[in-house]
Design a protein around this ligand. Structure first.
Ligand SMILES: Nc1ncnc2c1ncn2[C@@H]1O[C@H](COP(=O)(O)OP(=O)(O)O)[C@@H](O)[C@H]1O
Ligand code: SF4
Ligand SMILES: [Mg+2]
Length: 325
């Protein structure tokens, strides 16, 4: 257990809007061990970003509130820390990179200064250049003296990674870090993250809708659907034998994985509105395997194989019996 760095338990993050309550994250459990790369995968709107923002305590509030749960980082429950303590925590213990670096970077401050601002180290100027070098920026002296808008998307993402890694945090959360980039640049940024992970032993929580990226980067994966974790396990067993019909659908519809398969399929329908999610198993309106029990009762997360958990009535003895009765 002492190997566990991040342990999220029963996390619920809701948005209170005029139409009602959006259950964006609805009872999520997940953990990341030291040096481990963990994927969080699911279609857009499933609650991945809000899970990450909850961990960083960056949920826009109001209307968003963490309603329940615990977020343990080593021996500290982050939900018990005040904002001042959280500020020290962010960047030193956990850092985050985002899909769009421009929303994070200050448009009117030169890149070098933005990196220097987050550094705790006294030898700032030298460290800034070293950091830019370490994220593969070819002309660090020049880039340090530029504004974010003067850089390409890929370079901006490198700068954001430099800022995230400035104080060597043990955990990096990357939320769709390459989604906005074209394919070649995407591969370069993923390579960079991989190198950082190998060289520094940084743990990684990688959020993506792309199972191909998970296959390439991660040791373990959580599949998220409509605010809940529906399957988790090591990458090998989930790719070899996905258990949840949603995970099976994701795999069949993954472009990068379909290259190796006969045909590409899509999952019919869309992610439900989390204001009023479907009863029972939230996937039932889209599930080709749905049974009568699926509409009525929510399946629990059960361990189907060592380290491989799934939440689906197909794997609950009780569910199969009921359906046949
Ligand atoms: N500020 C907000 N107000 C209301 N609902 C929100 C807000 N931000 C996110 N949500 C809702 O939370 C759910 C999860 O969003 P998000 O975590 O961004 O999903 P993902 O990252 O998986 O695409 C969505 O249904 C979204 O509409
Ligand atoms: S519980 Fe039922 S509806 Fe949900 S994924 Fe399993 S079979 Fe499909
Ligand atoms: Mg997102």
């Amino acid at each position: 257990m002492e190997n566990i760095l991040l342990d999220v338990r029963g996390l619920k993050t809701y948005f209170h809007i005029s139409l009602g309550v959006v259950r964006a994250v609805d009872g999520v459990n997940l953990c990341v061990s030291k040096g481990e790369a963990v994927g969080l995968v699911g279609e857009s709107g499933c609650g991945k970003t809000m899970t990450a923002h909850s961990i960083m305590k960056l949920v826009p509030s109001p209307p968003g509130f963490i309603e329940e749960g615990e977020i343990w980082f080593r021996n500290t429950d982050l939900l018990r820390l005040g904002e001042q303590e959280m500020r020290k925590f962010r960047g030193r213990e956990v850092s985050m990179v985002f899909q769009d670096p421009m929303t994070y970077l200050n448009p009117v401050m030169k890149v070098g200064k933005q990196i220097a601002e987050v550094l705790v180290s006294p030898t700032r100027d030298r460290t800034v250049i070293k950091l830019l070098e370490s994220v593969g920026i070819p002309d660090p002296l020049k880039v340090a003296d530029q504004y974010p808008h003067e850089l390409s998307g890929g370079m901006r993402q490198r700068v954001l990674i430099a800022i995230a890694m400035a104080n060597d945090p043990p955990l990096l959360i990357a939320d769709e870090p390459t989604t906005a980039l074209d394919v070649t640049i995407q591969a370069q940024i993923l390579d960079l993250i991989k190198t950082i992970k190998t060289e520094k032993g940084t743990s990684l929580l990688l959020i993506t809708h792309d199972l191909g990226i998970v296959a390439e980067m991660c040791d373990r994966v959580y599949v998220m659907y409509a605010g809940k974790i529906v399957e988790s396990g090591d990458v090998f067993s989930i790719f070899e034998e996905p258990l949840h019909p949603y995970a099976q659908g994701l795999l069949r519809s993954s472009l990068s994985i379909a290259e190796f398969r006969e045909n590409l399929e899509t999952i019919e329908g869309t992610v439900p509105n989390l204001l009023d999610p479907p009863s029972g198993c939230r996937f039932h309106p889209r599930c080709p395997m749905a049974m009568s029990v699926c509409k009525e009762k929510e399946p629990s997360l059960i361990q189907e194989k060592p380290g491989h958990e799934v939440s689906c009535w197909l794997y609950e003895k009780d569910g199969r019996d009921r359906n046949h009765s």
